[in-house]
Design a protein. Sequence first.
Length: 132
Amino acid sequence: MLASNLLRVSVIMILVGLGLGIGMGITQDFRLMPAHAHLNLLGFVALFLAGLYYNAVPEAAATRLATIQAWVAVIGAVLFPVGVALVLLVGPQFEPIAIIGSLIVLVGMILFAWVVFRHGFGGSARRTADVR
């Protein structure tokens, strides 16, 4: 369930990111390129890869830490690009939103690293390799 939800959220994020990119192209106003890039990288790539990992290692996905990591990652993947966009469009008074968003992204990645180092490729992958 966790893997499936992350994959779904990541696909929504890339659609939003693509829409933003197309909108910038149509208007020839590329001020939001940094927000667009972070939305695509964090919202699609990072979440999609985490979803694939959790699909491949279901015992990792079944942990409470994985659920917390997924929520933190999604919140950061939304908040950070929004903060960057606000800074670019409105002004530096919105830098705290971008900073908080970036720190949330960092926490999400630290949690994901913890999950990966704790579970590796999972017990089922090791058992399959041992049989060969």
